[in-house]
Design a protein around this ligand. Structure first.
Ligand SMILES: Cc1ncc(COP(=O)(O)O)c(C=O)c1O
Length: 395
């Protein structure tokens, strides 16, 4: 049996997989078994923020592995404490955090914090969480229910937990708040929903309203966190102070991590929440190095330079192909091009792959770009050259 056959026989069928076998990665370039190379404009869906095969990350992991990988959360974990301090410093907020293993798990933690707040702070319990229709918050039973996309609430997995409702727009949220509403949970740039950023003013207005009415603002930064939008958090860019923020993907650079942080530093007591693997030596020592690398990249101006260069190249590509693309969306290195229809979008992605460039889909009609934050100018140029070839076949 070859690897494709083994995969098909033994791995559950949850992804429409492409059966290329990558054997090596260098920054934003991947090499496959059959000697082809690919420019990676996906970074494993926003995860490999410091690029593939990063030497500093590799050294950190191997040094940690030689020593110890896991002890358990029953004892002090030095890199966990240091990572929490670093994330708090980079965020600029007065927060404490909990470490889990994924974005969905971080969001579960956020919902638990909100529910405990709703139980303990008011005479009449508040428990309802409002989210948006085009949101994406994860794949566990609760975060699937928190996700506003109707297609995610299939009867296959019902019954779902109560207490979630959805609005079309930020403006609609005001009217759907009631006495039982404890929190509003949003992404500032909807990733899976179509790389759609909200207006700063409407978010600031919502933040003010929620604060005045004692309702929590939860910002899901699973995709935007870790400098993806150009600032450590999109919340920094929007100049808001959420009560709860979640992060995952890029902050681990490839090791599985979920972070839920809150300004309510005393909300949990021992026994309220936990995770066997969450925050262990392997993950937190790596994420700490990821944060150091990205902090340096931001401070020496390289991140902002890369964002501007990528934006310029994307704009050229967009303007030269107005017959295919209808709009340019996104922020930082989280970008999208709206495509005329979903058939053309699928063709661009598969032709792109055949021409050696990897791009993603978001929503029904958005071509999505999430390159490593360390991508070089040469890799950006080469990626767009290959994309131009890919769409020449479509035009
Ligand atoms: C905004 C957002 N929240 C949550 C998740 C779920 O994260 P994970 O797949 O790590 O559970 C994702 C994943 O794409 C996401 O983009």
């Amino acid at each position: 049996m070859n690897f494709e056959q083994i995969d098909k026989q033994y791995v559950l069928n949850t992804y429409a997989r492409n059966y290329v076998n990558f054997i090596k990665g260098e920054n934003a370039t991947l090499y496959s078994e059959d000697n082809k190379n690919y420019i990676d404009f996906t970074s494993g869906i926003g995860v490999v923020s410091c690029g593939h095969g990063n030497q500093r990350i590799s050294d950190t992991i191997s040094n940690q592995a030689k020593n110890m990988l896991h002890i358990s959360n029953l004892y002090l974990i030095e890199p966990q404490a240091k990572l929490a301090q670093k994330i708090a410093q980079l965020s600029g907020y007065d927060v404490a955090m909990f470490f889990g293993n994924s974005g969905a798990e971080a969001n579960e933690g956020a919902i638990k914090i909100a529910r405990k707040y709703g139980e303990t702070k008011f005479n009449n319990k508040k428990f309802k969480v409002i989210t948006l229709e085009h949101s994406f918050h994860g794949r566990t039973i609760t975060t699937v229910k928190a996700t506003g996309q109707e297609s995610m609430h299939t009867p296959n997995f019902s019954p779902y937990p109560d207490g979630f409702s959805y609005n079309k727009s930020i403006n609609d949220i005001y009217n759907s708040i009631d006495d039982e509403t404890v929190a509003v949970m949003i992404e500032l740039v909807q990733g899976e929903g179509g790389v759609q950023p909200f207006e700063k003013e409407e978010i600031q207005k919502l933040e003010k309203f929620l604060k005045e009415n004692d309702i929590l603002l939860i910002v899901d930064e699973v995709q935007t966190g870790g400098y993806r939008t150009g600032e450590f958090l999109a919340s920094n860019l929007y100049d808001i102070k959420p009560d709860i923020i979640t992060m995952a993907k890029g902050v681990g650079g490839g090791v599985p991590i979920g972070v839920v942080m809150t300004t309510m530093k005393d909300i949990f007591s021992p026994g309220d929440h936990g995770s066997t693997f969450g925050g262990n030596y392997l993950v937190t020592s790596t994420a700490l190095e990821v944060c150091n690398i990205l902090d340096e990249l931001k401070n020496n101006g390289k991140l902002d330079e890369t964002i501007l260069y990528f934006e310029r190249k994307l704009k050229e590509f967009y303007e030269n192909n107005q017959n295919i693309f209808t709009g340019m969306v996104g922020l930082g290195l989280m970008r999208g091009l709206r495509v005329l229809n979903s058939d053309i979008l699928s063709s661009i992605i598969s032709n792109g792959f055949d021409n050696g460039v990897m791009v993603l889909k978001a929503g029904k009609n958005t071509l999505r770009f999430l390159p490593p934050l360390t991508i070089s100018k040469d890799e950006i140029d080469e990626g767009f050259n290959r994309l131009n070839k890919a769409i020449a076949d479509i035009k």
